[in-house]
Design a protein around this ligand. Structure first.
Ligand SMILES: [Zn+2]
Ligand SMILES: [Zn+2]
Length: 354
């Protein structure tokens, strides 16, 4: 057969023409002159169709090209490459559409102008407008939060929200956070993540959660409620000495509603429910511990000396143990001294040389 275009005797590809002539007279892609890409000036998200995505610029550009170019269905294994200089407001961009027509690879080049338009995305417009569906209130029972607790809880809550955002949940955000009445308030975009976060903080620091809701009006013809999750942390903290049921204890750890304690008189580990300890009185923390010089010891007792006053006194041992070091730690509770285990017998201090 002869090609209708070049007249050579060649295999006919389509419409009576050989493949070279056919490709010369056809194009398989068409481009607009201008493409607009919308970017959020707060968070840098890009708009694609009607959603906002946190993609890279080039990734977004290629998706928009794919969507706004005409690309023939005859072209298979389509690949889009872009070539441009600096990312600025107006970008001259060379776009190459490549693909296969039967087994022949073709490339078609286009020049477009990409306009990067700054705007505010859906999430940021809510966030900077103070939108919130839920409030997390963190308070402590019968006391204010300590400075340490405020710092640690603040960063824990922010960290949890970041994890949610990293998992692709960009609609979850903290609108605001404030220190209120010796506690912390967080204003959150949505109820679900607020409850999840409150439960996680409770899991780590104990306490009880109370929920309340408030009608904040109509939106899209339905009632909208704002939730408040109040987490009340226990009055005591890890490391505190407490008096409860005629015994003294030190708080070893708190998780959820379980409190692990160390009984001072018996050196036994015990576990209580947070609620059970509501009536406990808090005697103090670390500041009640004193270092004493060990003078001598018997099976039942140690004789110790206060390094400040040189006064000596006897203290009963909680069990038949032998103190190894020259110093011992005591805690004064209700004017009575009690021995504490040697520091290197704490699991946390196991690395210390004996
Ligand atoms: Zn031809
Ligand atoms: Zn944004």
């Amino acid at each position: 057969m002869f090609c209708v275009d070049c007249g050579k005797e060649l295999k006919i590809f389509r419409e009576g023409a050989c493949i070279d002539c056919y490709l010369k007279n056809h194009s398989f892609s068409k481009s607009p002159e201008i493409i607009d890409i919308f970017v959020c000036s707060h968070c840098g998200a890009y708009k694609y169709k009607n959603t906002w995505v946190t993609n890279l610029f080039d990734e977004t550009l290629k998706r928009v090209i794919k969507n706004s170019f005409y690309i023939s269905n005859d072209l298979r294994s389509v690949d889009i490459t872009t070539n441009y200089g600096e990312e600025k407001e107006r970008i001259e961009c060379k776009v190459t559409i490549s693909g296969l027509i039967d087994d022949v690879k073709i490339d078609e080049d286009h020049e477009i102008l990409v306009r990067v338009r700054k705007t505010v995305c859906d999430v940021c417009s809510k966030r900077y407008g103070g939108y919130h569906e839920a409030v997390i209130q963190i308070r402590a029972d019968k006391r204010k939060l300590s400075k340490d607790e405020i710092v640690v809880i603040q960063s824990a809550v922010e960290g949890l929200v970041e994890i949610m955002q990293d998992k692709g949940n960009r609609a979850r955000f903290i609108t605001d956070s404030t220190e209120e009445h010796g506690g912390l308030d967080f204003y959150l975009s949505d109820k679900g993540s607020a409850l999840t976060i409150t439960k996680k903080v409770q899991g780590k620091y104990g306490g009880s959660i109370k929920q309340s809701s408030k009608n904040i009006g109509m939106k899209d013809s339905r009632q909208v409620y704002r939730m408040t999750y109040l987490l009340r942390l226990p009055s005591f903290r890890k490391g505190d000495f407490i008096s409860y049921g005629g015994s003294f204890f030190r708080i070893s750890s708190i998780s959820g509603n379980k409190v692990h304690v160390f009984e001072i008189s018996s050196w036994m580990e015990k576990v209580f429910d947070v609620n059970a300890l509501e009536k406990a009185s808090i005697l103090g923390g670390e500041e009640l511990i004193r270092d004493m010089i060990l003078v001598s010891q018997t099976e039942d007792e140690v004789q110790i000396m206060d390094p400040k006053t040189y006064r000596t006194f006897d203290v009963r041992k909680p069990e038949n143990i032998t103190f190894e070091s020259k110093m011992v730690r005591i805690v004064g509770l209700d004017d009575e001294p009690y021995l504490l285990p040697e520091e290197n017998s704490d699991p946390e201090n196991n690395t210390k040389a004996k």
